[in-house]
Write a protein that binds this ligand. Sequence first.
Ligand SMILES: Cc1cc2nc3c(=O)[nH]c(=O)nc-3n(C[C@H](O)[C@H](O)[C@H](O)COP(=O)(O)O)c2cc1C
Length: 189
Amino acid sequence: MSKLAIVYHSAHGHTEFIARQVLAGTQDVEDVEAHLVKAEDIARTPDELVDYDGFILGSPTYLGGVSGPFKSFMDATGRLWRTQQLKGKLAAGFTVSSLPAGDKQSTLLSMFVFSMQHGMLWVGNPILPEQHSGVPYDEAANRLGSWSGLMAQAGHSAPSDSFVPGDVKTAKMFGRHFAESLNRVMVPA
Ligand SMILES: Cc1cc2nc3c(=O)[nH]c(=O)nc-3n(C[C@H](O)[C@H](O)[C@H](O)COP(=O)(O)O)c2cc1C
C-alpha cells in the first residue's frame, strides 16, 4: 500500500473543497491510501512527512504565490532538506484563486522548486483541455489549460463549493493520475 498526503492550506474553504475532490480521485485507485493533512498541522511535526511516499501540495494563490501558512509549512521542512529525507518521493501541486489567470502559475512554480530542492519527482496534470473537443467551457476538464499542476478558480466571496463542474472533474482526474503515478513508481517490497 502506498501512502500519500494532500498537504493544503485553506483560509476560506475553496482550496479545501478542491483538496477533497483530489482525494476522491485518488480513491478510484487501488493500493493507495490518501490522507488530507493541513499545512498548519504538519508544519508542527514535519518529520511525519517521511512516512509518506508522495505529496499533493495545495495552496490558495495569495499575491501571486503560496499563502503565508503554506510557506511556513515549506520552511518547516528545512531540516528534512539538509538530510534529503524526502528524496525520491513523488510531488504535485494545485492552487485555487479568484481570477481566471490570477498569477496561479507562480504558486505552482514555487511548489515545483520546493519539491526539486527536496529531490522529489514532479507529477504534472496531463489532461487535454476538453473545450477543444466541443465540451462546454465550464464543463471541460483542464479548461484553464494548466499542465504543470492543477488550477481551479472560484469567486473570492462565493461559497466554498462554487466551482464549475469542469474544475471539479479536473481535480478528480488530477488526484487519480497522481495515485496511478505513485503505483507505477513504487517497487513492491
Ligand atoms: C491576501 C490575498 C491575496 C490574494 N491574491 C490573489 C491573487 O494573486 N490572484 C488571484 O486570482 N486571487 C487572489 N486572492 C483570492 C484567493 O486566491 C481566493 O479567494 C482563494 O479561493 C482563497 O482560497 P481559500 O478559500 O482556500 O482560502 C487573494 C486572496 C487573499 C486573501
